[in-house]
Design a protein around this ligand. Structure first.
Ligand SMILES: Nc1ncnc2c1ncn2[C@@H]1O[C@H](COP(=O)(O)OP(=O)(O)OP(=O)(O)O)[C@@H](O)[C@H]1O
Ligand SMILES: O=P(O)(O)OC[C@@]1(O)O[C@H](CO)[C@@H](O)[C@@H]1O
Length: 315
């Protein structure tokens, strides 16, 4: 079974404002509320692609209940620990829409305000650890997203240490120390974007050649596969068998890029589990990421297949 972990789930309040102006009253032209948080997004996209997973994590308050309801509506069997203090966060995703002369709207800028999230007590954390203790050989665990500030930045590492003898395949999508700390436990896959990769080494990375160079450094530090996303510029993969892959992003009109990176993780996992070939996994990842960016919601099976067909025709 695939388990995804979201320590800090959210309700994503996605609003579009025509020509957004700071310091003024702006009114929404579009709005959408979606369950969010990186692990949750991975579970939703896996489900869209036809693969089951169980979301784990923590949810609290009325927002936590709404996140659970939205998962149920999608027929995803979450097992979130209910927390008593505080509420799950509401993350605001603001899109400024440029209205062209013909009335056509394009996203000109995307800004985000992510909330803090509830407290997690020692007891609540212990329930979560007991859930992890039930994982077995062959299970897959996706650790994705930020953690509430009350938790230590070694938490992903602590989880991997606890599971190290279980032969569980682990994927980590996190930033800075949360990511660097896990490398000695050899995650199967990590997926920083090029800014996050550069941040780790104190450099700015914009070309694919430089990205490959630094992705290899993370591989030397312990990661098996390093997938680096570069938003509209595509992605690179440095795979554990020594091969590297580069791809431009498929062409399309961006509607909502929130969750594109999570979709890429889901697509890569799906492709790898289905075909066992890194090249296929890579292109599944790229096309699933872009399919989400090109749609209001997260990528559907049909949207991914269309982009995959186009990318294959181009090669
Ligand atoms: N503007 C875009 N045009 C085409 N494809 C895109 C665009 N933005 C994202 N993608 C696709 O999605 C993948 C992941 O995007 P990105 O690098 O933005 O991930 P991320 O930074 O982890 O995003 P997030 O944290 O919002 O999920 C890219 O490699 C690309 O395939
Ligand atoms: O604050 P974090 O955990 O880093 O990111 C949370 C978040 O921005 O990530 C997802 C998109 O990747 C959204 O659904 C969610 O709001």
């Amino acid at each position: 079974m695939i388990y995804t972990v979201t320590f800090n789930p959210s309700l994503d309040y996605i609003v579009g404002v025509d020509e957004f102006k700071t310091g003024k009253v702006n009114r929404t032209a579009e709005e959408l509320i979606l369950p969010g948080g990186k692990g949750i997004n991975v579970s939703i996209v896996l489900q869209n692609l036809g693969m089951e997973s169980i979301p784990l994590g923590f949810a609290g308050g009325f927002t936590g209940e709404e996140i659970r309801r939205l998962m149920k509506e999608r027929k995803i069997e979450e097992q979130f620990v209910r927390v008593k203090k505080g509420i799950s966060r509401i993350n605001v995703k603001l899109r400024s829409l440029h209205v062209g002369e013909n009335g056509e709207k394009t996203v000109s800028e995307e800004s985000e305000i992510n909330g803090m999230g509830p407290e997690i007590s020692g007891e609540e954390l212990e329930i979560f650890y007991q859930q992890l203790d039930a994982l077995q050989k062959g299970d897959i665990l996706v650790l994705a997203g930020s953690i509430p500030t009350v938790l230590p930045s070694t938490i992903y590492r602590d989880i991997m240490k606890r599971l190290q003898k279980r032969e569980v395949m682990i994927v980590v999508d996190a930033t800075k120390n949360l990511l660097v700390n896990v490398l000695e436990y050899h995650p199967f896959l990590i997926k920083p974007n090029n800014y996050e990769l550069g941040e780790i080494f104190g450099v700015t990375l914009s070309t694919k050649e430089d990205v490959i160079l630094y992705a290899k450094k993370l591989q030397e530090m312990g990661a098996a596969n390093v997938l680096v996303s570069m938003a509209g510029d595509g992605a690179v993969l440095v795979a554990e068998d020594g091969s590297t892959y580069k791809s431009e992003a498929p062409e399309g009109k961006v509607k909502n890029s929130v969750g594109a990176g999570d979709s890429m993780v889901a697509g890569f996992l799906y492709g790898y589990l289905k075909f066992g070939i890194y090249e296929d996994a890579f292109y599944y990842g790229v096309c699933t990421g872009s399919a989400s960016a090109f749609s209001e919601n997260l990528a559907t099976r049909e949207e991914v297949d269309t982009l995959l067909r186009n990318i294959k025709n181009r090669a």
